[in-house]
Design a protein around this ligand. Structure first.
Ligand SMILES: NC(=O)c1ccc[n+]([C@@H]2O[C@H](COP(=O)([O-])OP(=O)(O)OC[C@H]3O[C@@H](n4cnc5c(N)ncnc54)[C@H](O)[C@@H]3O)[C@@H](O)[C@H]2O)c1
Ligand SMILES: [Mg+2]
Length: 317
Protein backbone atom coordinates (compact mmCIF):
# COMPACT_ATOMS: atom_id res chain seq x y z
CA UNK A 1 0.00 0.00 0.00
CA UNK A 2 2.96 2.31 0.31
CA UNK A 3 3.04 4.91 -2.44
CA UNK A 4 6.75 4.14 -2.78
CA UNK A 5 6.32 0.41 -3.27
CA UNK A 6 6.68 0.96 -6.92
CA UNK A 7 5.63 -0.40 -10.17
CA UNK A 8 2.60 -2.50 -9.24
CA UNK A 9 0.96 0.55 -7.79
CA UNK A 10 -1.41 2.54 -9.89
CA UNK A 11 -1.53 6.07 -8.63
CA UNK A 12 -4.77 7.63 -9.66
CA UNK A 13 -3.52 11.10 -9.41
CA UNK A 14 -5.43 14.28 -9.04
CA UNK A 15 -3.17 17.23 -9.30
CA UNK A 16 -4.63 19.80 -7.03
CA UNK A 17 -3.13 23.17 -7.02
CA UNK A 18 -4.25 26.19 -5.05
CA UNK A 19 -4.80 29.17 -7.31
CA UNK A 20 -5.64 31.87 -4.78
CA UNK A 21 -8.11 32.52 -2.01
CA UNK A 22 -11.20 34.08 -3.58
CA UNK A 23 -14.00 34.47 -1.08
CA UNK A 24 -13.26 34.42 2.65
CA UNK A 25 -11.82 31.03 3.48
CA UNK A 26 -12.77 29.51 0.16
CA UNK A 27 -9.89 28.30 -1.92
CA UNK A 28 -10.23 27.72 -5.58
CA UNK A 29 -8.65 24.46 -6.52
CA UNK A 30 -7.62 23.56 -9.97
CA UNK A 31 -7.49 19.95 -10.82
CA UNK A 32 -6.11 18.10 -13.73
CA UNK A 33 -8.37 15.49 -15.20
CA UNK A 34 -8.19 12.17 -13.41
CA UNK A 35 -4.93 10.76 -14.62
CA UNK A 36 -3.46 7.44 -13.60
CA UNK A 37 0.26 7.00 -13.23
CA UNK A 38 2.45 4.37 -11.72
CA UNK A 39 4.64 5.61 -8.88
CA UNK A 40 7.83 5.44 -10.98
CA UNK A 41 6.24 7.57 -13.70
CA UNK A 42 5.09 10.10 -11.13
CA UNK A 43 8.63 10.32 -9.72
CA UNK A 44 9.89 11.11 -13.22
CA UNK A 45 7.31 13.87 -13.62
CA UNK A 46 8.11 15.39 -10.22
CA UNK A 47 11.83 15.43 -11.08
CA UNK A 48 11.12 16.97 -14.46
CA UNK A 49 9.32 19.86 -12.79
CA UNK A 50 12.07 20.36 -10.23
CA UNK A 51 10.03 19.00 -7.35
CA UNK A 52 11.33 16.74 -4.60
CA UNK A 53 10.39 13.15 -5.43
CA UNK A 54 9.90 12.49 -1.70
CA UNK A 55 6.75 14.55 -2.14
CA UNK A 56 5.14 11.30 -3.25
CA UNK A 57 5.07 10.28 0.43
CA UNK A 58 2.44 12.96 0.97
CA UNK A 59 -0.02 10.95 -1.15
CA UNK A 60 -3.28 9.89 0.45
CA UNK A 61 -5.24 6.72 -0.24
CA UNK A 62 -8.58 7.53 -1.85
CA UNK A 63 -9.85 4.18 -3.10
CA UNK A 64 -9.01 1.22 -5.27
CA UNK A 65 -9.77 -0.02 -8.76
CA UNK A 66 -11.83 -3.11 -9.67
CA UNK A 67 -8.47 -4.86 -10.08
CA UNK A 68 -7.64 -3.95 -6.48
CA UNK A 69 -4.94 -1.44 -7.37
CA UNK A 70 -4.64 1.22 -4.71
CA UNK A 71 -5.39 4.79 -5.80
CA UNK A 72 -3.59 7.65 -4.15
CA UNK A 73 -4.00 11.37 -4.65
CA UNK A 74 -1.17 13.86 -4.51
CA UNK A 75 -1.17 17.62 -4.23
CA UNK A 76 1.12 18.99 -6.92
CA UNK A 77 0.79 22.51 -5.62
CA UNK A 78 3.28 24.68 -7.39
CA UNK A 79 3.87 26.97 -4.44
CA UNK A 80 3.03 30.64 -4.29
CA UNK A 81 1.49 32.21 -7.34
CA UNK A 82 3.89 34.07 -9.54
CA UNK A 83 4.41 34.29 -13.26
CA UNK A 84 6.89 31.36 -13.33
CA UNK A 85 4.21 29.16 -11.68
CA UNK A 86 1.78 29.98 -14.47
CA UNK A 87 4.43 28.92 -16.95
CA UNK A 88 4.97 25.63 -15.10
CA UNK A 89 1.23 25.09 -15.04
CA UNK A 90 0.93 25.27 -18.80
CA UNK A 91 4.06 23.11 -19.24
CA UNK A 92 2.52 20.56 -16.91
CA UNK A 93 -0.72 20.56 -18.91
CA UNK A 94 1.29 19.82 -22.05
CA UNK A 95 3.33 17.08 -20.37
CA UNK A 96 0.28 15.38 -18.87
CA UNK A 97 -2.02 16.03 -21.81
CA UNK A 98 -4.68 17.37 -19.49
CA UNK A 99 -5.95 20.73 -18.36
CA UNK A 100 -6.54 22.39 -15.04
CA UNK A 101 -10.12 23.26 -14.22
CA UNK A 102 -11.67 24.76 -11.12
CA UNK A 103 -13.11 22.07 -8.89
CA UNK A 104 -16.54 23.70 -8.71
CA UNK A 105 -16.66 23.92 -12.51
CA UNK A 106 -15.57 20.28 -12.82
CA UNK A 107 -18.76 19.28 -10.96
CA UNK A 108 -20.69 19.89 -14.17
CA UNK A 109 -18.58 17.33 -16.03
CA UNK A 110 -17.63 14.56 -13.61
CA UNK A 111 -19.49 11.28 -13.18
CA UNK A 112 -20.59 10.11 -9.71
CA UNK A 113 -17.60 7.83 -9.12
CA UNK A 114 -14.98 10.40 -10.09
CA UNK A 115 -16.78 13.09 -8.11
CA UNK A 116 -16.52 10.93 -5.00
CA UNK A 117 -12.80 10.31 -5.60
CA UNK A 118 -12.07 13.97 -6.13
CA UNK A 119 -14.10 15.03 -3.08
CA UNK A 120 -12.23 12.52 -0.91
CA UNK A 121 -8.88 13.64 -2.30
CA UNK A 122 -9.59 17.32 -1.85
CA UNK A 123 -10.86 16.89 1.71
CA UNK A 124 -7.98 14.64 2.83
CA UNK A 125 -5.21 16.65 1.18
CA UNK A 126 -6.54 19.88 2.62
CA UNK A 127 -6.94 18.35 6.09
CA UNK A 128 -3.30 17.17 6.07
CA UNK A 129 -2.13 20.56 4.87
CA UNK A 130 -3.88 22.29 7.79
CA UNK A 131 -3.03 19.79 10.57
CA UNK A 132 0.74 19.64 10.50
CA UNK A 133 1.17 20.37 14.22
CA UNK A 134 -0.10 18.84 17.44
CA UNK A 135 -2.55 21.06 19.34
CA UNK A 136 -1.22 19.69 22.65
CA UNK A 137 2.58 19.61 22.27
CA UNK A 138 2.96 22.09 19.40
CA UNK A 139 5.31 19.55 17.73
CA UNK A 140 5.01 18.42 14.06
CA UNK A 141 2.62 15.51 13.47
CA UNK A 142 3.34 12.60 11.12
CA UNK A 143 0.97 11.22 8.50
CA UNK A 144 0.45 7.46 8.31
CA UNK A 145 1.03 5.89 4.88
CA UNK A 146 -2.64 5.83 3.85
CA UNK A 147 -3.25 9.35 5.11
CA UNK A 148 -6.14 8.26 7.33
CA UNK A 149 -4.60 9.87 10.44
CA UNK A 150 -1.71 11.93 11.84
CA UNK A 151 0.23 11.05 14.95
CA UNK A 152 2.27 13.24 17.28
CA UNK A 153 5.39 11.27 18.34
CA UNK A 154 5.84 13.63 21.27
CA UNK A 155 2.38 13.51 22.92
CA UNK A 156 1.12 10.29 21.24
CA UNK A 157 -2.03 12.15 20.26
CA UNK A 158 -3.74 10.71 17.19
CA UNK A 159 -5.62 13.07 14.88
CA UNK A 160 -8.26 11.80 12.44
CA UNK A 161 -9.65 13.78 9.48
CA UNK A 162 -12.60 15.91 10.57
CA UNK A 163 -15.98 16.43 8.95
CA UNK A 164 -18.62 18.99 9.90
CA UNK A 165 -22.25 17.84 9.91
CA UNK A 166 -24.43 20.07 7.72
CA UNK A 167 -28.18 19.92 7.13
CA UNK A 168 -29.68 20.82 3.78
CA UNK A 169 -33.45 21.17 3.55
CA UNK A 170 -35.90 21.63 0.73
CA UNK A 171 -38.94 23.31 2.26
CA UNK A 172 -42.30 22.90 0.56
CA UNK A 173 -45.76 24.33 1.25
CA UNK A 174 -47.11 21.23 -0.56
CA UNK A 175 -47.55 23.06 -3.91
CA UNK A 176 -44.39 25.20 -4.13
CA UNK A 177 -40.83 24.79 -2.90
CA UNK A 178 -38.56 27.32 -1.30
CA UNK A 179 -35.22 28.13 -2.92
CA UNK A 180 -32.65 30.66 -1.82
CA UNK A 181 -29.37 32.15 -2.87
CA UNK A 182 -26.34 33.53 -1.06
CA UNK A 183 -24.45 36.46 -2.56
CA UNK A 184 -21.43 34.16 -3.07
CA UNK A 185 -23.40 31.80 -5.38
CA UNK A 186 -22.84 32.09 -9.14
CA UNK A 187 -25.27 34.57 -10.69
CA UNK A 188 -28.83 33.22 -11.04
CA UNK A 189 -28.23 29.98 -9.09
CA UNK A 190 -30.69 29.03 -6.33
CA UNK A 191 -30.40 26.13 -3.92
CA UNK A 192 -32.05 24.54 -0.88
CA UNK A 193 -31.42 25.98 2.61
CA UNK A 194 -28.23 24.69 4.25
CA UNK A 195 -26.47 25.17 7.54
CA UNK A 196 -23.85 23.72 9.89
CA UNK A 197 -25.14 21.74 12.87
CA UNK A 198 -24.35 23.22 16.27
CA UNK A 199 -22.64 21.06 18.90
CA UNK A 200 -25.24 19.07 20.84
CA UNK A 201 -27.96 19.36 18.20
CA UNK A 202 -29.82 16.52 16.53
CA UNK A 203 -30.35 16.51 12.79
CA UNK A 204 -34.02 17.42 13.30
CA UNK A 205 -33.20 20.31 15.64
CA UNK A 206 -30.63 21.67 13.20
CA UNK A 207 -33.16 21.60 10.33
CA UNK A 208 -35.80 23.43 12.37
CA UNK A 209 -33.30 26.03 13.64
CA UNK A 210 -31.71 26.69 10.24
CA UNK A 211 -35.07 27.11 8.47
CA UNK A 212 -36.29 29.44 11.24
CA UNK A 213 -33.02 31.44 11.26
CA UNK A 214 -32.68 31.86 7.52
CA UNK A 215 -36.29 32.43 6.35
CA UNK A 216 -38.36 32.69 9.56
CA UNK A 217 -40.52 29.62 8.86
CA UNK A 218 -41.62 26.94 11.30
CA UNK A 219 -41.17 23.40 9.97
CA UNK A 220 -44.27 21.24 10.27
CA UNK A 221 -42.88 17.85 9.26
CA UNK A 222 -39.59 16.60 7.92
CA UNK A 223 -38.34 13.55 6.09
CA UNK A 224 -34.76 12.37 5.64
CA UNK A 225 -33.69 11.82 2.02
CA UNK A 226 -29.96 11.08 1.61
CA UNK A 227 -26.45 12.22 2.50
CA UNK A 228 -23.30 13.29 0.70
CA UNK A 229 -19.73 14.21 1.46
CA UNK A 230 -19.06 17.80 0.38
CA UNK A 231 -15.51 19.23 0.29
CA UNK A 232 -16.33 22.99 0.40
CA UNK A 233 -15.08 24.97 2.29
CA UNK A 234 -13.53 22.07 4.20
CA UNK A 235 -15.11 18.69 4.71
CA UNK A 236 -18.82 18.34 5.45
CA UNK A 237 -21.25 15.49 5.76
CA UNK A 238 -24.39 16.91 4.15
CA UNK A 239 -27.63 15.37 5.41
CA UNK A 240 -30.54 16.15 3.13
CA UNK A 241 -34.18 16.43 4.19
CA UNK A 242 -37.54 17.42 2.79
CA UNK A 243 -39.61 19.63 5.07
CA UNK A 244 -43.11 21.05 4.90
CA UNK A 245 -44.65 24.11 6.49
CA UNK A 246 -48.26 24.32 7.52
CA UNK A 247 -50.97 26.06 5.44
CA UNK A 248 -51.01 29.79 6.13
CA UNK A 249 -47.43 29.61 7.51
CA UNK A 250 -45.65 30.58 4.30
CA UNK A 251 -44.62 34.20 4.83
CA UNK A 252 -40.85 34.42 4.43
CA UNK A 253 -38.58 36.73 6.42
CA UNK A 254 -35.21 36.52 4.71
CA UNK A 255 -32.22 36.83 7.02
CA UNK A 256 -30.14 39.22 4.93
CA UNK A 257 -26.96 38.38 6.86
CA UNK A 258 -27.15 34.81 5.57
CA UNK A 259 -29.05 35.04 2.29
CA UNK A 260 -29.28 37.42 -0.63
CA UNK A 261 -32.83 36.35 -1.40
CA UNK A 262 -35.30 33.47 -1.05
CA UNK A 263 -38.65 32.71 -2.62
CA UNK A 264 -41.36 30.17 -3.39
CA UNK A 265 -41.17 28.48 -6.81
CA UNK A 266 -43.89 26.55 -8.64
CA UNK A 267 -43.53 23.00 -9.97
CA UNK A 268 -43.43 24.31 -13.54
CA UNK A 269 -40.67 26.84 -12.81
CA UNK A 270 -38.55 24.27 -10.96
CA UNK A 271 -39.08 21.51 -13.56
CA UNK A 272 -37.99 23.93 -16.32
CA UNK A 273 -34.89 25.01 -14.38
CA UNK A 274 -33.98 21.39 -13.66
CA UNK A 275 -33.70 20.75 -17.41
CA UNK A 276 -31.04 23.46 -17.80
CA UNK A 277 -27.55 22.02 -17.92
CA UNK A 278 -25.24 24.43 -16.14
CA UNK A 279 -25.40 28.20 -16.03
CA UNK A 280 -27.77 29.47 -18.78
CA UNK A 281 -26.88 32.39 -21.03
CA UNK A 282 -28.38 35.80 -20.39
CA UNK A 283 -31.85 36.62 -21.68
CA UNK A 284 -32.16 39.41 -24.26
CA UNK A 285 -32.92 41.92 -21.50
CA UNK A 286 -29.66 40.94 -19.73
CA UNK A 287 -31.32 38.94 -16.94
CA UNK A 288 -30.24 35.36 -16.17
CA UNK A 289 -32.94 32.69 -15.95
CA UNK A 290 -32.75 30.99 -12.56
CA UNK A 291 -30.83 27.72 -12.52
CA UNK A 292 -30.10 24.94 -10.07
CA UNK A 293 -26.99 23.24 -8.66
CA UNK A 294 -25.36 20.46 -10.74
CA UNK A 295 -26.19 16.78 -10.29
CA UNK A 296 -23.08 16.28 -8.16
CA UNK A 297 -24.64 18.47 -5.44
CA UNK A 298 -27.18 16.86 -3.13
CA UNK A 299 -29.38 19.95 -3.48
CA UNK A 300 -30.02 18.81 -7.05
CA UNK A 301 -31.22 15.43 -5.83
CA UNK A 302 -33.58 17.01 -3.27
CA UNK A 303 -35.09 19.27 -5.93
CA UNK A 304 -35.37 16.41 -8.43
CA UNK A 305 -37.16 14.23 -5.81
CA UNK A 306 -39.60 17.06 -5.06
CA UNK A 307 -40.39 17.51 -8.77
CA UNK A 308 -40.99 13.73 -9.16
CA UNK A 309 -43.29 13.64 -6.17
CA UNK A 310 -45.26 16.74 -7.19
CA UNK A 311 -45.55 15.54 -10.79
CA UNK A 312 -46.88 12.13 -9.77
CA UNK A 313 -49.39 13.61 -7.33
CA UNK A 314 -50.62 16.15 -9.93
CA UNK A 315 -50.99 13.28 -12.46
CA UNK A 316 -53.09 11.36 -9.94
CA UNK A 317 -55.33 14.37 -9.23
N1 LIG B 1 -23.93 19.99 -1.78
C1 LIG B 1 -24.91 20.84 -1.86
O1 LIG B 1 -25.89 20.62 -2.57
C2 LIG B 1 -24.87 22.13 -1.05
C3 LIG B 1 -25.89 23.08 -1.23
C4 LIG B 1 -25.87 24.23 -0.42
C5 LIG B 1 -24.83 24.41 0.53
N2 LIG B 1 -23.86 23.47 0.62
C6 LIG B 1 -22.79 23.61 1.61
O2 LIG B 1 -23.38 23.64 2.89
C7 LIG B 1 -22.50 24.30 3.78
C8 LIG B 1 -23.28 25.07 4.82
O3 LIG B 1 -24.14 26.02 4.23
P1 LIG B 1 -24.13 27.55 4.71
O4 LIG B 1 -22.88 28.22 4.25
O5 LIG B 1 -25.43 28.12 4.29
O6 LIG B 1 -24.05 27.37 6.31
P2 LIG B 1 -24.64 28.29 7.49
O7 LIG B 1 -26.02 28.74 7.14
O8 LIG B 1 -24.46 27.53 8.77
O9 LIG B 1 -23.74 29.59 7.48
C9 LIG B 1 -22.33 29.57 7.32
C10 LIG B 1 -21.67 30.19 8.54
O10 LIG B 1 -21.76 29.29 9.62
C11 LIG B 1 -20.61 29.43 10.47
N3 LIG B 1 -20.13 28.08 10.80
C12 LIG B 1 -20.57 27.35 11.86
N4 LIG B 1 -19.96 26.16 11.91
C13 LIG B 1 -19.11 26.11 10.87
C14 LIG B 1 -18.20 25.11 10.37
N5 LIG B 1 -18.05 23.93 10.99
N6 LIG B 1 -17.50 25.36 9.23
C15 LIG B 1 -17.65 26.55 8.60
N7 LIG B 1 -18.49 27.54 9.01
C16 LIG B 1 -19.23 27.32 10.15
C17 LIG B 1 -19.64 30.34 9.75
O11 LIG B 1 -19.72 31.61 10.37
C18 LIG B 1 -20.18 30.42 8.34
O12 LIG B 1 -19.95 31.67 7.73
C19 LIG B 1 -21.58 25.17 2.91
O13 LIG B 1 -20.28 24.68 3.08
C20 LIG B 1 -22.02 24.90 1.48
O14 LIG B 1 -20.91 24.74 0.60
C21 LIG B 1 -23.85 22.34 -0.15
MG1 LIG C 1 -27.10 28.69 5.31
Amino acid sequence: MSPRCGTCLNLKKMMMYVEKPRVQEYFTFSIAWLLSFRASELERILSKFGQDTRKIERSVLIGCSDRREAWFALDLSLGSLCSSDSLQKSEMETELQGSFIQLRKALFQLNEKDTSLIFTAQALLRWHECHQFCGKSGQPTQKNVAGSKRICPSSNMIYYPQMSPVVITLVSDRTRCLLARQSSFPKGMYSALAGFCDVGETLEEAVRREVAEEVGLEVDSLQYSASQHWPFPNSSLMMACHATVGPGQTEIHVNSQELETAGWFSLEEVATALKRKGPPSNEQDGTIPFWLPPKAAIAHRLIWEWVQKQSSSSNLA
